[in-house]
Design a protein around this ligand. Structure first.
Ligand SMILES: Cc1cc2nc3c(=O)[nH]c(=O)nc-3n(C[C@H](O)[C@H](O)[C@H](O)COP(=O)(O)OP(=O)(O)OC[C@H]3O[C@@H](n4cnc5c(N)ncnc54)[C@H](O)[C@@H]3O)c2cc1C
Length: 379
């Protein structure tokens, strides 16, 4: 049961945003930066942001050589390049909004490891470097096979390495904490432990049925609503092309004299690892069992986790002792199309979701794009 004061203060907003991941928080910031007078609430079911934005690996990346080549095949050069540009632009926005210290942003580069049966031709790397020159103003990709040895990776199984001089990484927890604090500092209310059950368009406002502990269900009213719930957006709009994709991940205990720094991918990007100071974060393996991993159930997959441990020992740290400190899983959102969804779905109801595995780079821009769409629609 709510009091008169609660209904009067927390019952009516200009904008209600569902989900406090990087997309929801960025949208709130963009709206407030454009119009500080807007009364905005973010409704989040977790005690703190509890989605992919606080469970990811912290790669601030715009695409590996093989990924961009495969995107060009799939989407054509123009669209693939536009997606790279969006990631780069989004990352610049995030860095400008918070500052590198508040993200612990490090640009240590990284690269892509190729198995013996994989090959990329020198003219493909030259082509990519020319294509990306206008964005990065320097050569991005380079064959650098000697790194396999100097970084201590397994030389019997990996035969190629394409370095990427522009890749960055962040401390995901720190970044989200600071984005959250910045959003609140702009005057945005955030309701935590509040699960949205339903959204209904009613004349010139939207009714949001919120299950709020310990008060129970109540109707929050807003002029406009934005759904930023990633893979969970399908619950509200079953017709949108969104499929969940679970990601498995682990972190080691500190490893003395770790030989590499930066972010790395192999097996077409399905496996990825990085340093976190003297630890290793290693994730992926969805391609081992797509069916099982197409789920919104946030749980470990024992087979994939075992494969991560095995690859870590055999491929990445073949001559180093290590212990696993922690394992976890999170849910991403995918679709037939690799581009995120930013659209109006009903009268006064909008969605920004399906950020694939690139939300860190692109999330701020997606928030900005939806803010523009909403502002242009009489907000
Ligand atoms: C294991 C893993 C590794 C990843 N690694 C990287 C990486 O290295 N680099 C990268 O760029 N991207 C990575 N990603 C992807 C990236 O994390 C996502 O693209 C991004 O975080 C999506 O942000 P979002 O705000 O759209 O969604 P989310 O962060 O998932 O936020 C959605 C929010 O909505 C809330 N919510 C859901 N339903 C409701 C409801 N009914 N009522 C109220 N609240 C609700 C959730 O609790 C959640 O907080 C990874 C993802 C995973 C899972």
């Amino acid at each position: 049961m709510l009091s008169f004061w609660e209904i009067n203060t927390f019952g009516q907003y200009d904008v209600a945003i569902i989900g406090s991941g990087i997309t929801g928080l960025s949208l709130a910031c963009s709206l407030k930066e454009k119009n500080p007078k807007l009364k905005i609430v973010i409704i989040e079911r977790g005690t703190f942001p509890a989605g992919a934005s606080t469970k990811n690996a912290g790669f601030a990346c715009f695409g590996s050589a093989c990924e961009i080549l495969s995107d060009i095949k799939l989407m054509g050069e123009e669209q693939a390049l536009a997606l790279v540009e969006k990631r780069v632009k989004g990352l610049h926005m995030l860095r400008a909004r918070l500052g590198d210290d508040k993200l612990d942003y490090l640009e240590q580069g990284g690269g892509e490891l190729l198995f013996k049966n994989e090959s990329v031709e020198p003219d493909q790397i030259e082509y990519l470097n020319k294509l990306l020159y206008n964005i990065h103003l320097k050569e991005v990709f380079k064959f650098d096979t000697g790194k396999i040895n100097s970084y201590g990776f397994n030389q019997d199984l990996f035969s190629g390495f394409i370095s990427n001089s522009c890749e960055g990484q962040i401390d995901t927890g720190l970044a989200m904490h600071n984005l959250w604090q910045y959003t609140v500092s702009l005057g945005v209310d955030i309701m935590n432990g509040a699960n949205v059950d339903e959204i209904d368009a009613h004349n010139d406002e939207v009714h949001i049925i919120v299950d709020l502990q310990p008060s129970g269900r109540y109707i929050l009213k807003a002029k406009k609503v934005a759904v930023c719930t990633n893979a969970f957006t399908g619950k509200f709009f079953p017709d949108l092309d969104i499929a969940p994709g679970r990601g498995q991940i682990l972190i080691t205990q500190p490893i003395p004299n770790l030989k590499f720094k930066g972010i790395f991918h192999f097996d077409d990007g399905y496996f990825y690892f990085r340093d976190y100071y003297d630890r290793v974060i290693f994730g992926g393996g969805r391609n081992m069992d797509f069916k099982m991993e197409t789920t919104t159930d946030i749980a470990l997959n024992e087979d994939i986790q075992q494969r991560l441990s095995y690859y870590l020992k055999e491929l990445i740290l073949p001559h180093q002792a290590f212990e696993i400190d922690h394992r976890w899983a999170g849910i991403m959102a995918f679709g037939k199309d690799k581009t995120p969804i930013v659209k109006q779905v009903d009268k006064n109801i909008y969605a920004a979701c399906r950020l694939n595995g690139m939300g860190i780079a692109i999330g701020s821009l997606i928030g900005e794009e939806l803010a523009d769409l909403m502002m242009n629609d009489k907000l």
